[in-house]
Design a protein. Structure first.
Length: 130
């Protein structure tokens, strides 16, 4: 049975909505951002694989997957938006994973990441064969 990557988005939403529940509010918010990114990344990856994207299952996929959507032919504005949003969301994930001092910005970052992940997933759904 395959892992449902949307579970990461559900976890992200729960961590963001009640970051104090585990007693680790900033860690919960940082994790919410990271999980939101991975939900959108893997969800987009699943469509791309069906369309011929050859994953390497390495860090290179984080750069190559947006390029795949950007360069897909015929040109499609939805795919270009997915590419831009994946890159932007990866930047948010990098901030949450590597920035020493986020403080209150961790909540804002988590909110942005969840919104972007939802948007990416909706766009991917609009492209998937019916």
């Amino acid at each position: 049975m395959s892992f449902n990557w949307l579970d990461y988005l559900d976890l992200s939403k729960k961590l963001q909505s009640d970051p104090k529940v585990l007693g680790l509010p900033e860690a919960s918010l940082r994790s919410a951002t990271s999980r939101a990114y991975y939900a959108a990344f893997h969800y987009a990856m699943n469509l791309a694989k069906k369309e011929g994207y050859p994953p390497t299952y390495s860090g290179g996929d984080h750069f190559a997957l947006p390029k795949f959507f950007q360069n897909y032919r015929p040109v499609n504005q939805i795919r270009r938006k997915i590419a831009v949003d994946l890159d932007r969301l990866r930047g948010h994930r990098n901030l949450s994973d590597y920035e020493e001092k986020l403080g209150q910005d961790a909540n804002i970052l988590a909110q942005l990441a969840i919104g972007m992940a939802n948007s990416i997933i909706s766009k991917v759904d609009s492209l998937a064969p019916k």
